[in-house]
Design a protein around this ligand. Sequence first.
Ligand SMILES: Cc1ncc(COP(=O)(O)O)c(C=O)c1O
Length: 472
Amino acid sequence: MINIKDVNPAVIETEYAVRGRIPIRAKQLEEKGEIIIYCNIGNPQAFDQKRLTYVRQILSLCENPNLIESPPEDYPADVIGIAHAIVHASGGLGAYSESKGVCFIREAVAKFIGERDGTTGIDPESIYFTNGATEGIDNVLELLIDKDRKTGVMIPAPGYSLYDATIKRRHGKIVRYYPDEKREWKLSLERLEDSLKKAKEQGTDVRAICVINPNNPTGAVLSREEIEMILNLARKNNLTVLADEVYQENLYNDKKQFISFGKVLQEQEESLKKQNKVLELKDKDRVSLFSFNSCSKDYLGECGARGGYVECRNVPEDVQAELLKQFSMRLCPNLAGQVLVHALVCPPKKGELSYDLYMQEKTNILEEYKKRAGILFEGLNKIEGISCNPIDGALYAFVRIKLPPSKTDDDYCMALLEKTGICVVPGSGFGQEEGTFHFRMTILPPTDQIIKIVEKLKVFQEEYCNAVTSEE
Ligand SMILES: Cc1ncc(COP(=O)(O)O)c(C=O)c1O
């Protein structure tokens, strides 16, 4: 019989906080009849978020192509036309597709990226569909990490736990860089270079840098200057960039907009070519970029479909052949996820029959997110001992807590769960800076629940700190 000693130590050592000890305890409490408010994970439809009619109509027709011939009366013609085109191009959802994903849908993604960024020349052959962005991130990290070479990967701290966990599982070295919490999580070149230098001094071969924009868990949205800073650092130090852009539509501060790494890279390279008066840049002046997107976030919130893609720039053919080999081993990404990626990148256009309803549903969802982010931000900052930077993007508040000296954020989150049923994730699960304590909670609960959560947190914070201080 298999014994725990037979298990790969890298798997045992890996921790994944968003589904870790606290949520496991929450499940146990729920089974005993306690009411739990799950704020630990960005899973919109678990909070009864409305499924977009357009998206689900297309999916249901593709799932059952017989309906395309005799569709339900309320299915508009544009939806029927798209479903027909997808089924025709893919051979239906029951067949494996190309390992990269259906070409017709990859072409739609290339067009979407070009239109979003105002750029040209996006190659559908450099786009690979994945079962959620997660699979793409895992495969690209696997492609880059060589245990024997002590490959290091820079990741934001705080940052989404997947990166930490995957680098460990793939035997890489984690190199954290620290956005400045006191300056609303702004990046500084000094801090980036400092992390890189220390890692190199310890013998780590730093090969890549991951960025999450907008960031999970901090909600920070990168400015053009910050993106340029990262690309320049990458160019100077021969780092591959992994840009996680799954929250690109989740923006709540009118002064901040999403700018893709692909766009800035292309513009930088155009300007370098002009400066150097050349038609093609030398390899040393080019930065390899893998950008990730997903249908789990934004306003679709289709987490269960596991649809996503990775787009490669400046990745040579022989390297892409290896990536394709990795993706070929899973045969193909799931087809329903690919259909949803199509819906993500090809929303109905003005004048089309689905347009008005689509826009109404989309706007409602995004406005609700914005409202909840605002209520949370204001409410949390009114609580003594609790503070939080503005939630400019993504789906979370990353909340700083003052704790009695004997306690950690892990203790705090467990006590919060036991006392109030609110399930959040300790900041330690996101690689927060030493000596600081936080928890992450999602902004997804409905507004009335968010208000109650803030009230409960206020009472809990006071009671917890008083109780612990008097115990000590
Ligand atoms: C920053 C970030 N990247 C990737 C993912 C994974 O997304 P997917 O559901 O597409 O695998 C998440 C999920 O929460 C995330 O927050």
